[in-house]
Design a protein around this ligand. Structure first.
Ligand code: EPZ
Length: 418
């Protein structure tokens, strides 16, 4: 087996200290996709992630010059660019599909293949396609290629999403912003990352009225650019709070506490003391966590599916029971097998997982996707003995400076050839 870049972790250290959440991956990716509507833009607090790098490759292919100074990206359109997104970049991440709406609005057509992304048990795009068809898009599937055109341009529509899909809401919102008509979206997702996309589009001159689940867009033919600062990553912030919790530590995270109500409530149920200020959350963990009772993942403001694996790792060594119900990605259990190999006592039945706290022991572990990767690292930090973790590239898609940050908090973790 050839060596792979991975992690070597020795468990048992309490994590103590303060960290700052980076810009949110799931906000900056749709915002970068929306820049195809503009001649240029400046994006501040942009995290340095491999998914962001893929978006920049796609934008260059579509005719944009992209520069980075620290955490600021500057983009401007140099030429009309291509009207396709190469398959290797479509398959590299789920968010590549978000270029569809903007390209249809701006140049009336684009060819692309279905997107890749974390293997969470199927990532269909039917809601994206049916929503855009209601705006006049003609989308035909030719083998693995989607030929998407808007022969007489997109038109305004009243679209009701049957499920508050984050990506479908974003694709529709971007298409509507670049269509000089009124588009009403109901049944929309209301994640903070969508609010941040709306803030960006308003900055580019689009009139948008929004309330939870409903968005009214007066789109425009051309959008000015704007300078936008990306909101803090709530999933990253909660991951570091959970790292403090699972190691019996004391961690403060600079973030937006208003986006963390559901995970904070669970951490309190598990026995953590939590102090909240305007822009930070300070957690002090008990010697040993208690089971969290029932955790049900739901669209925002419910408990985020992206924290299900991370909180399962935190609960794995706790006293007592935690019952997970995964309503967003019902088969998002790839991390369970890895935690079981450390001694976790987990029973899965359909979209439910019942966990009884048990002592965890370090072993050889694998990241199967971004959040599952963060979960196995947290479990290894709390486990007895040493662990190795392969598949580091999954983690680097969504956590900037992950190892550096954990070492700053006192973790014994190093990057190594495994
Ligand atoms: C976004 O994915 C996030 N990704 C995910 O984060 C997050 O887990 C998810 O929203 C839910 O919050 C980004 O923002 C880049 P959905 P998305 O469309 O848009 C079904 C991470 O770890 N569905 O809200 O793909 C779908 O199968 C990632 O950062 C359809 O059936 O999520 C799922 O069951 C993982 N048809 C549910 O809806 C569609 O056309 C929610 O998906 C679209 C979705």
């Amino acid at each position: 087996m050839p060596f792979m870049r991975g992690l070597r972790i020795v468990g048992g250290n309490r994590l103590v200290g303060s960290v700052t959440a980076h810009g949110a991956k799931n906000a900056v990716l749709p915002i970068l996709a929306a820049t195809v509507l503009c001649h240029g833009a400046e994006i501040k607090n942009c995290p340095d992630l491999s998914d962001v790098a893929v978006s920049c490759h796609i934008l260059r292919h579509l005719g944009y010059a992209v520069g980075r100074q620290g955490d600021t990206l500057t983009l401007h359109r140099e030429e009309n660019g291509c009207r396709d997104v190469p398959p290797e970049w479509m398959r590299a991440m789920r968010s590549s599909i978000l270029f569809l709406g903007g390209m249809l609005a701006r140049c009336g057509g684009v060819s692309l293949c279905p997107p890749g992304g974390c293997a969470l048990g199927g990532r269909p795009i039917d809601l994206h396609l049916s929503a855009l068809r209601q705006m006049g898009a003609v989308i035909t599937e030719e083998g693995d290629t989607l030929r998407c055109t808007a022969p007489s341009g997109l038109h305004g529509a009243a679209v009701k999403l049957p499920y508050p899909s984050v990506g479908a809401t974003e694709n529709l919102l971007i298409a509507a912003a670049g269509t000089p008509a009124e588009t009403a979206i109901t049944g929309a997702a209301a994640e903070p990352e969508i609010t941040d996309l709306i803030r960006f589009l308003r900055g580019c001159g689009v009139t948008i009225e929004a309330s939870p689940g409903a968005i009214l867009v007066q789109g425009r033919d051309t959008l000015s650019g704007c300078t936008h600062t990306v909101l803090p990553d709530r999933i990253e912030a909660a991951t570091y709070l959970a790292a403090g919790a699972v190691t019996g530590g004391a961690v403060t995270v600079k973030c937006d506490p208003g986006h963390l109500a559901a995970p904070i409530a669970v951490l309190r149920r598990m026995g953590c003391k939590i102090k909240i200020t305007g822009d930070s959350v300070a957690l002090t963990a008990p010697e040993k966590l208690c089971g969290a009772g029932s955790i049900v993942t739901l669209p925002y403001p419910g408990f985020p599916t992206d924290l299900q694996a991370v909180f399962m790792a935190a609960a794995a060594g706790a006293k007592g029971y935690t019952a997970f119900t995964e309503t967003v990605f019902p088969r998002r259990w790839a991390h369970v097998e890895e935690l079981r190999r450390m001694g976790a006592d987990i029973t899965v039945a359909g979209s439910h997982a019942m966990l009884r706290g048990a002592a965890l022991t370090g072993t050889a572990l694998t990241c199967t996707d971004l959040r599952a990767g963060a979960a196995v690292v947290l479990a290894a930090l709390a486990a007895r003995g040493e662990s190795t973790v392969t598949g580091l590239s999954h983690i680097e898609r969504g956590y900037a400076e992950f190892v550096l940050t954990l070492r700053h908090l006192g973790a014994e973790i190093t990057i190594a050839e495994i």
